[in-house]
Design a protein around this ligand. Structure first.
Ligand code: FES
Length: 119
């Protein structure tokens, strides 16, 4: 994992750039990769690092890696993480959780929320 989660208040992207039920990988200047998932008006963020082999969940830049608008699927060995808490419900690292990066929506933009502790 390169870099660290940006400080609270940092802008991630516009809410409209993440479709409902979809995911998006956003890369910051220091190389930190954040997966943003959206369900309705709720957004959740996780460091883009699978708990199985500690690689990014996506094989290609900005490749969608969600399924059924409810889970994030690692493209390597199909670990399946829940949108709402990053908990792995199936796959080789079942029972582990993605590293959460709290997000908030302000004025139509997704920002890093207070309480972010991902490194
Ligand atoms: S690296 Fe993600 S499931 Fe193996």
């Amino acid at each position: 994992m390169k870099g660290a989660a940006p400080p609270p208040g940092s802008v991630v992207c516009a809410l409209a750039e993440v479709a409902d039920g979809k995911s998006r990988v956003v890369t910051f200047g220091d190389g930190f990769e954040l997966i943003v998932v959206r369900t309705g008006e709720a957004v959740f963020g996780y460091a883009n690092e699978c708990k199985h082999l500690h690689v990014g969940l996506n094989l290609l830049d900005d490749q969608a890696c969600e399924t059924n608008a409810a889970t994030i699927l690692c493209q390597y060995h199909y670990a399946t993480y829940r949108f709402e808490d990053g908990y792995c419900i199936a796959g080789p690292c079942q029972g582990d959780s993605l590293t959460a990066v709290p997000l908030a929506v302000r004025a139509g933009r997704i920002v890093i929320a207070t309480g972010s502790a991902a490194k």
